[in-house]
Design a protein around this ligand. Structure first.
Ligand SMILES: *Cc1c(COP(=O)(O)O)cnc(C)c1O
Length: 395
């Protein structure tokens, strides 16, 4: 077990992404909670200062045009697009993930015929997606049926209108088969809506390649946009003309400053907008996305898998037998960028880890969750996390 620190040093020195860590504000804490709130990129405070003092303070109303405020939702959407495998013009940024789930699920149902009376939702989903899908079903007069992702293929039928799935399970870190499930949904004539909260920025998504219809995701996890940074909505190009948002706010109008009483949706992805964009959060996000310049998502994925493999190796070496059990699948094609360990007294264990400078999180009732953000987590961090966990569990 004593060769693990050496192995960590070798892995760190071969790490192509090692220099990226300098682009974040970090200290000696091992931060394994980037799947909940990404760390602060160094460029953000200065950008926010400029947005507040100069753009707002001096240019004031002129900034809607001169500082690119008005077009920020689609401009930043195009910046996120390559990270999720989307061509330009299909993503708008704004609102929370919860709100975008409503737009996407209602929008999905409105793309299919009345005879399709059922919406399938991932029964293991992060709760907000389930709550919103239930409301979307009521709004559209459909029945909501919760099923596990594995049960989806058998549950599909000519009654299925839309299916809302998570790319990576927030609790267990399981990666679901987006290409195969999307193909199955399409074979049944239904619309596939994917939630990318736990995959965007951690692994390739391939929205265009796999023909995903609609997708949503947050930007404060692996995309490091900051607390409550705006989410995004992807509407596949060939659905855009028929996409009918349940929240047709004035900024999604074809002519927003025409101030007309009747609604006419803007062309393209713009019709996913709602109200006035949240400029301070959006510009923090835009600055945060600069850390992706020159970074390939494939390189990020390779490092993510190496980090989680190495963490499991350290846990096996340092943690007394039987104290933890991984809920995250071992096969790489079923693993996101986190490891979830089932553990007795997990809340207390996480409290002691945090006291000792290893920050993950606790999910009730008995799960320790560790997120590995490849842009700033190194192999030395992983070794220390495994070692401290072993020490805490030995006492
Ligand atoms: C993080 C997360 C959310 C967050 O939704 P908000 O509206 O941003 O609070 C939603 N769904 C999933 C699957 C998530 O992981």
């Amino acid at each position: 077990m004593s060769d693990l620190p050496l192995m960590a040093r070798e892995l760190d020195s071969a790490d192509e992404l090692a220099d990226k860590r300098k682009e974040f504000v970090l200290d000696e804490v091992v931060y394994l909670d980037g799947n909940s709130l990404g760390a602060l990129p160094v460029s953000v405070p200065g950008r926010l200062d400029d947005v507040v003092r100069r753009q707002w303070g001096e240019l004031r109303i002129r900034s809607w045009d001169e500082s690119g405020w008005w077009t920020a939702p689609e401009r930043i959407g195009d910046r996120i697009a390559p990270l999720v495998g989307a061509g330009p013009g299909q993503i708008v940024v704004g609102d929370s993930t919860s709100v975008n789930v409503l737009k996407a699920v209602v929008g999905a149902v409105r793309l299919v015929g009345e005879e399709r009376d059922e919406i399938l939702v991932d029964a293991t989903t992060f709760p907000t997606d389930g709550y919103i899908a239930e409301s979307a079903a009521r709004l559209t007069g459909r029945t909501l049926r919760p099923v596990t992702p594995a049960e989806v293929p058998a549950a599909l039928s000519d009654r299925t209108a839309a299916v809302l799935l998570n790319h990576v399970d927030y609790r267990t870190g399981r990666l679901h088969d987006l290409p195969a499930l999307t193909a199955a949904v399409h074979a049944a004539g239904a619309i596939a809506v994917w939630d990318l909260c736990h995959s965007a920025g951690a692994l390739p998504v391939g929205l265009d390649e796999h023909g995903v219809d609609l997708a949503v995701g947050c930007t404060y996890k692996y995309l490091n946009g900051g607390p409550g940074s705006p989410a995004y909505l992807y509407v596949r190009r060939d659905h855009q003309d028929r996409f009918d948002s349940p929240l047709p706010g004035w900024t999604s109008h074809a002519e927003p400053f025409g101030m007309r009483p009747s609604y006419e949706p803007a062309p393209g992805a713009l019709r996913g907008r709602v109200g006035t964009p949240d400029i301070l959060s959006m510009f923090a996000l835009e600055a945060a996305l600069e850390v992706w310049d020159g970074v390939s998502v494939d390189t990020v994925r390779a490092k993510s898998l190496a980090l989680t493999d190495f963490f499991l190796k350290c846990v096996a070496a340092y943690v007394p037998d039987g104290k933890v059990e991984s809920l995250t699948p071992l096969p790489h094609d079923q693993r996101g960028s986190q490891i979830a360990l089932r553990c007795d007294a997990a809340g207390e264990v996480m409290r002691r880890l945090i006291e000792r400078g290893v920050v993950g999180d606790f999910r009730r009732p008995d799960v320790l969750r560790f997120g590995f953000t490849p842009l700033y987590v190194g192999f030395g961090d992983v070794e220390r996390a495994g070692r401290v966990l072993g020490e805490v569990l030995a006492t």
